[in-house]
Design a protein around this ligand. Structure first.
Ligand SMILES: [Zn+2]
Length: 208
């Protein structure tokens, strides 16, 4: 499922005007789990306003092997596809906004993870925010829950480790209800690359 899911997200985002770049090896990269993606978790890196992608998201840290996300958003709102397969981004779930996803120690296989590359103690760029809205919309569509933005998460809402990303000031998380409203306000409709079954069909038949 991972590769077809990733390609559907890629195509859906491109169709809605987001530039998507495929990092070498992205379709074979993952943490070894098998995906069962049902929603998306958005994060901040607490790094710089990167142009391109932070190498650490591919390689991991001393205490956490990569990949650390499925996609990264750079300061210009360009999406970088890091890993099609589950990535180590979300830890365990169980925070206040986890539902309708389950409380589980195996949360990464259930959620597409996006690292928005900015410090987190100041707002992300408008281009990043807009691309994050669009990708979140597309992931719901590809996951088979089009327009149901309960499946769009911030790490703050699902974490049981006190994570507060994505933030706009020190310790201050963006408002997830506002974020969902902002997706609806874009009125993205159905023009986002078609459902997952079409992508799978195309792969089977060699059409994609
Ligand atoms: Zn996070």
């Amino acid at each position: 499922m991972s590769v077809s899911f990733a390609k559907a997200v890629r195509d859906g985002c491109r169709n809605l005007g987001v530039e998507v770049n495929e990092v070498d090896g992205c379709y074979s990269r993952g943490n070894g789990q098998t995906s069962d993606y049902r929603g998306i978790v958005n994060h901040h890196t607490a790094g710089g306003f990167t142009i391109g992608f932070d190498r650490i998201l591919v390689d991991g840290r001393w205490d956490l092997p990569g990949p650390l996300c499925n996609t990264a958003l750079d300061r210009n709102g360009r999406l970088w596809l890091i890993a099609a397969h589950p990535a180590n981004h979300a830890g365990a779930s169980g925070g206040w906004d986890t539902a309708p996803l389950p409380h589980t120690g195996l949360f990464n296989k259930l959620t597409w993870g996006c690292e928005i590359q900015y410090p987190g103690v100041v707002p992300m760029t408008d281009a990043q925010y807009r691309a994050a809205l669009i990708q979140s919309h597309v992931v719901c569509k590809v996951a088979g829950v089009p327009g149901d933005y309960r499946w769009v998460k911030f790490h703050q809402g699902t974490s049981v480790q006190g994570k507060w990303d994505p933030g706009y000031a020190e310790g201050r998380t963006y408002d997830i209800a506002r974020f969902r409203d902002d997706i609806r306000a874009l009125d993205l409709g159905a023009d986002d690359g078609g459902p997952l079954w079409q992508q799978i069909f195309d792969e089977i038949t060699g059409g994609a």
